[in-house]
Each structure stands twice: as C-alpha cells, then as structure tokens.
Design a protein around this ligand. Sequence first.
Ligand SMILES: *[C@@H]1O[C@H](CO)[C@@H](O)[C@H](O)[C@H]1NC(C)=O
Length: 329
Amino acid sequence: MAIAIFDHLATKVRHISNIILIRKRLAIILLAVTITIYIVSTQNLSLGFESRKVRVIPDIIAKEYVHPDPDFAKLGHEKDLYVDHIYCITAKDKQDRRDNMNNQFELLGIRAEYVMGVDWKNDESAKDILKHTKPYLRDEQNACWVSHLRLWKDIVAKGYKTALILEDDIDFSMNIKETMKTSLEILNRRTRATANHEDHDFGWDIFYPGHCSDFEKYQDSVDPSFKDLRYGIMPFCTHGYVVNIKSAALLVDLMSIPLERALDLHMVFHSAFSTEKGVLRMFSIEPSQINQRRDLYKNDPGIRNIHFLSPPNSTLDYISNNPQVLLNK
Ligand SMILES: *[C@@H]1O[C@H](CO)[C@@H](O)[C@H](O)[C@H]1NC(C)=O
C-alpha cells in the first residue's frame, strides 16, 4: 500500500516537473523570439524598402519653378528630344562607346552634353564619399550613384525644366523622336491638368523611354492613343530616363544617403504605382526604346540578357548594316 502511494506521488512529481520543464522551454523560446523581433525592428534590417522619412521638396524650388511658370509644359527642341537638355555619362577610356554615340547623334540629329562619370580611383571627392558607403556595393555601383546624383544637382542648379540622362553604351530605337514627342505631350497634359492645384503637382516625376525590366509590359497604358506609354512599376536600369526639375530635386533628397543597393533598385522602390505607393510617379515605354548594348562591349561587367541587346528598330544595327548613311550626312 505504502509503495503504491509512493509510486503515485512519484508519478505526480514527475508529471509536475515535466510541465515545469516544458514551460521553461516555452519561456526560453518566447524570450528568444521577442529578442529577435526587437533586434530586427531596431536594426531596421531593410527588407527591400526604405522606412526613411521623405522630406518634402524645398518650397523655394516648388515656388520658383513650378507654380507660376505657364510655359512649364512646353516641349523642348526636337534636337534635344523635346526636353531642355540631354546628358550622356561617359568615361575617359570609353572612346569606342562615344564613337557609337556620336554616330547615332549624327544620324538622328540629336545634341547632347558628355559628362564624365565619377572616376572612383582618382577623384578625391569620390574617395571621400566612399568612406560612407556600404562595403557590399561594388565601386562601379557607388560611382554610378554619385555620377547620377551630381547630374540631378546640376539640373536643379541650371534650372533645366526637363532633362534626359543617358549612359554611353546605349542604342536608340530609330523611332525615339516620335516616342519622346508623343509621350511628353501626354505627360505634359497631366501637368497642365494639375498645374493650378495647391500641391504643385507636376503630373509626372520620372519617364523611362529606356529600361531593362520584365514588369512594365504588364502595366496599364496611360493613354488609349499611345499604348506603349505605361505606368511605371519597376523600370530597372538608369541608362535612359527623363526627370524634371522637381523630381531632380526630389531625387537629390531621396538618394543623398549611402545606398543599400544599386541605384536603379533604390529608385524603383519609390514608384508611386507600386504597392509601396512611393513619391515618384514613374512612366515607362514598353518595349524599351533605348537599350544598353552589352553584346557590343563584351569586356565590361554586368548582367547579360534579352534587355541588353538591340531595341526594336535599332539605330546602331541600321548604321552597321548601312555605313554609307553617315558618309552622306
Ligand atoms: C524605323 O524607324 C524609321 C525611322 O524613324 C521609320 O521610318 C520606320 O517606320 C521604323 N520602322 C518600324 C518598324 O518601326
């Protein structure tokens, strides 16, 4: 009898100690989870999107250039592809690329300003910035970021209302003039429609006649008269895009931080038409009318896929098949 009672008690004790043990494990697990959540939330381990607060565009720019200027929505000259100014980012040692750019400019009747990209190894001010960059970004990626950042500042400083930024390895579609004219007319209609609103709404922020994205083709067209112009959701790459003075200022504001990832990704995360509902109203052309030709510059680094071949109605292909067209110019 006594043994039976003892057994019974022993079982109870074991039972209770098991429960305590399980609770202890649960408590440890809970504690671990809590600590993890705390660390993640304080470190802001970025899961793709910035939580950084966006400052509103300096009022002075909005007032000076946006509101009172009735000419804002006027198109630029045909030679400038209907914007105020065209920049082409290049580097000293890329004469082969500039030869191809010059041929296209000549054939299509386009004028552009070459600007030297940041020379990462020799530029003292670039070295200074390097101290603050993320170690996992490649030097070319940081150089790309700073090169574009300098141009946006230049656009604001010079007061260009609109500017096209090109990189030097691109190939235009021969339809680029029509595409630019039609698209900017549609985009500027958005500007006029909103120009009198208190929020200084330009109607558009970045227009990508060139991109390297698979996603734009699923986007809605902006206007039934020209289905190629889309609401831009993820127009990757930065080799051919148009900004206006307000979005240039906004980009300076958004991108003057050491980047966590390549510049084009940073930009598309701010698209107003993505689920993130960013501040940049992006528009793109699908199919892209300005492409990077990585097949022509094989020694340069970078991803290679369908987006880095000729655009439809390629100018460089046309020139290489008909070299006499430049002699007649
Ligand atoms: C290619 O571009 C030329 C010059 O703008 C144009 O005349 C021609 O119609 C274009 N072809 C196609 C298929 O779009």
